[in-house]
Design a protein around this ligand. Structure first.
Ligand SMILES: [Zn+2]
Length: 250
């Protein structure tokens, strides 16, 4: 056996090595894709949080508008009541009988009571508006910080993602090279298995146990695998199996 034999037969070991090499590249590509996805998701989450805060701020503004409206209504009513009390007071000068006087006094007293209640309500509203305004300022400050942070992180993440995608090119070309030297049928079988078996198509069998599904191989199949002269699939998970005892030493 020398290097000068270009047409040597492809052995089972070669095929398994090809599959292992391809899967290694594919798993690296999966890791890259997942990293990009996670980074993007993190940004999306932060953007959603910021959007929620902005929507909360809008709600607070609406609450203030409603309170201001209520206060204006109270103010109008209060002015009417003041005018009414004033007119009752001037009428007091003109009435003759005690009964009329009592009735007017009662009206004035009720009016004053109403004015007092409305004034108290208006003070309450103003206090509420004040605390809502403080809350808005606090939330706006947080939103500002979050927006700045998000912008910064979006910029850096985009750079990171661009670098990752750039590094992916290397793996992509390694993958093309590896796939190019493989038998098409084997490659298709591998691709299908990867799709159906969570990215892992080729697995080791350790002590008779498939490392893909962790089921024991029937003894006869295990013996065949150990002899290493036949291409085998796991009877349970259908993954392509091989035997490399040294792989256990991590
Ligand atoms: Zn299996």
């Amino acid at each position: 056996m020398t290097k000068s034999q270009p047409d040597r037969r492809i052995t089972l070991n070669d095929i398994i090595s090809q599959l292992i090499a391809l899967q290694k590249i594919d798993l690296q590509l999966d890791t890259i894709d997942n990293t990009v996805k996670q980074k993007q998701e993190l940004l999306d989450q932060q953007a959603a949080q910021l959007a929620q805060r902005e929507s909360d701020i809008d709600d607070l503004h609406e609450q203030i508008s409603a309170l201001e409206q209520e206060r204006r209504t109270l103010e109008l009513e209060l002015n009417e009541e003041l005018a009414h009390v004033k007119s009752r007071q001037s009428k007091m000068m003109q009435v003759q009988t005690g009964r009329e006087q009592t009735a007017l006094l009662k009206e004035i007293e009720d009016g004053k009571q109403g004015i007092k209640e409305k004034e108290e309500k208006m003070v309450g509203i103003m206090e509420e508006v004040e605390s809502l305004t403080t809350e808005i300022a606090r939330q706006q400050e947080l939103a500002k910080e979050e927006a700045a942070l998000l912008q910064k992180e979006t910029d850096s993440t985009q750079k990171e993602i661009a670098a990752i995608i750039n590094s992916k090119k290397e793996h992509d070309s390694a993958r093309r090279k590896q796939a190019g030297i493989m038998d098409v049928r084997l490659f298709n079988k591998y691709s299908l298995l990867r799709e159906r078996r969570n990215g892992v198509a080729v697995v080791n069998v350790l002590d008779g146990v498939c490392q893909g599904c962790f089921m024991s191989l029937p003894p006869q199949q295990y013996n065949t695998l150990l002899r290493g002269d036949k291409h085998l699939d796991c009877p349970v998970c259908q993954r392509i199996i091989y035997h490399l005892p040294q792989e256990k030493q991590e």
